[in-house]
Write a protein that binds this ligand. Structure first.
Ligand SMILES: Nc1ncnc2c1ncn2[C@@H]1O[C@H](COP(=O)(O)OP(=O)(O)OP(=O)(O)O)[C@@H](O)[C@H]1O
Ligand SMILES: [Mg+2]
Length: 374
């Protein structure tokens, strides 16, 4: 008999040693919220001097210095005189909770796991495990901050990238005006002033984008003519890149009156970026940029194609990523296509690319009517 007792005693000591070896607080709690067993880490957590001072007392008092059941406790609807926690677990294997906890004036983030202990099929007690995840949380927040800063960096670079076109346009137009001031007839003068005004509108729209970045806005669309937008973009790139586009032939297979719902200023920026890429791929050489518009029942498909050499297969899935640039001049920032991609996505459309036989063909598919909520 005494050897049986000794054996049992040894087993109990062994179990306690195992529990004490675990560095996270573990507490066995009965259906009356009373502490039945704790490990050594719990004593440190609760600043209790020894095991007996914790046993039989309420868990909320020992662990969290409270006078009533903790408001975040998953068992808070359990009555102390009920004999099981079955209703709280409802078949769940365990319950987890993330909480803030203040200890010694330090704010900590804890993760509490509640494991059910069953007897005859009913949950008569629970083991609460307390993990201090403050450092992990801080690291996560730090990573989030870094990620946010990185996307802010991409966004700011994108704004600068897009402002560059209207600013260069305005500067060229102003220079042209100044050089020809004395000989210019009024109609020509007016035309130049209108070009400056349009560039100013483009720049203002980009600035508006910055404002709506802080306060996400819906895409503003109007019923506009895609042919007109394509022609405007073509005129804009040939004006801003006169030398690069000198030997370029344009084949525009669309006609006035192809109207549908989109944001013409943003769509123009998309074409400017695609055309600029084609011109850069031709690298001052001769070549053709072909644009084709096809309307289906619900969609408008626009194809932009050049034969400037194509894009290698293994590069195709990278070209839409921000800062991916491999153009011949080596001066690209790699933001053009990622901006195109987000403009198309904002319109609930799709931008895809195919490249074969030294050809590059971008396809922009846009819904004729913007879905509700856009
Ligand atoms: N029409 C094209 N023909 C060949 N390669 C292209 C074409 N369009 C894009 N690319 C490739 O995709 C890359 C990414 O294009 P993207 O417009 O995003 O950046 P970029 O032109 O290099 O720089 P940025 O547009 O910011 O000045 C280009 O560097 C180029 O290697
Ligand atoms: Mg580009």
């Amino acid at each position: 008999m005494s050897s049986l007792m000794e054996n049992l005693h040894e087993r109990a000591e062994e179990l306690q040693a195992i529990l004490d070896g675990i560095t996270e607080p573990l507490v066995l709690i009965d259906s009356g919220f009373r502490v039945r067993r704790v490990n050594k880490a719990t004593l440190e957590f609760s600043s209790e001097p020894d095991f007996p001072s914790t046993l039989g007392r309420k868990c909320y008092e020992v662990l969290y210095n409270r006078s009533a059941v903790c408001p975040y406790c998953p068992m808070k609807d359990h009555h102390e005189n009920e004999t099981d926690f079955d209703a709280q677990f409802e078949g769940k294997g365990e319950i987890g909770r993330e909480i803030f906890h203040v200890a010694n004036d330090q704010k900590e983030t804890l993760y509490l796991d509640f494991f059910p202990i069953r007897k005859d099929g009913s949950i008569v007690s629970i083991v609460e495990k307390i993990s201090n995840i403050t450092r992990i949380k801080e690291k996560e927040e730090e990573n989030l901050r870094i990620r946010n800063l990185a996307s802010l960096g991409i966004f700011i670079s994108g704004v600068a990238h897009e402002l560059n076109n209207p600013l260069t346009g305005m500067s060229l137009t102003l220079q042209n005006l100044m050089n020809n001031l004395s000989s210019m007839d009024p109609a020509f003068f007016r035309k130049r002033l209108e070009m400056i005004k349009e560039d100013l509108t483009r720049a203002a729209m980009i600035v508006l984008d910055v404002i709506s970045f802080a306060k996400p806005d819906k895409l503003v669309t109007t019923t506009a003519d895609i042919h007109e937008t394509i022609m405007k973009a073509k005129d804009s790139v040939t004006w801003v890149y006169p030398v690069l586009s000198k030997n370029t032939e344009w084949e525009i297979l669309s006609e006035p009156g192809m109207t549908f719902q989109f944001n013409p200023v943003k769509m123009e920026r998309l074409f400017i970026n695609l055309f600029k890429n084609s011109l850069q791929a031709y690298d001052y050489g001769e070549g053709k940029i072909k644009v084709e518009v096809r309307r289906t029942r619900n969609m408008m498909h626009i194809f932009v194609e050049d034969t400037a050499g194509g894009i290698p297969e293994d590069m195709l899935d990278k070209i839409f990523s921000p800062f991916f640039s491999k153009n011949k001049s080596g001066i690209g920032t790699g933001l053009g296509l990622s901006i195109c991609h987000s403009i198309v996505r904002e319109h609930s459309g799709e931008l895809t690319v195919r490249s074969y036989d030294r050809k590059t063909r971008f396809k922009i598919s846009l819904p004729l009517v913007q879905p509700k909520g856009n």
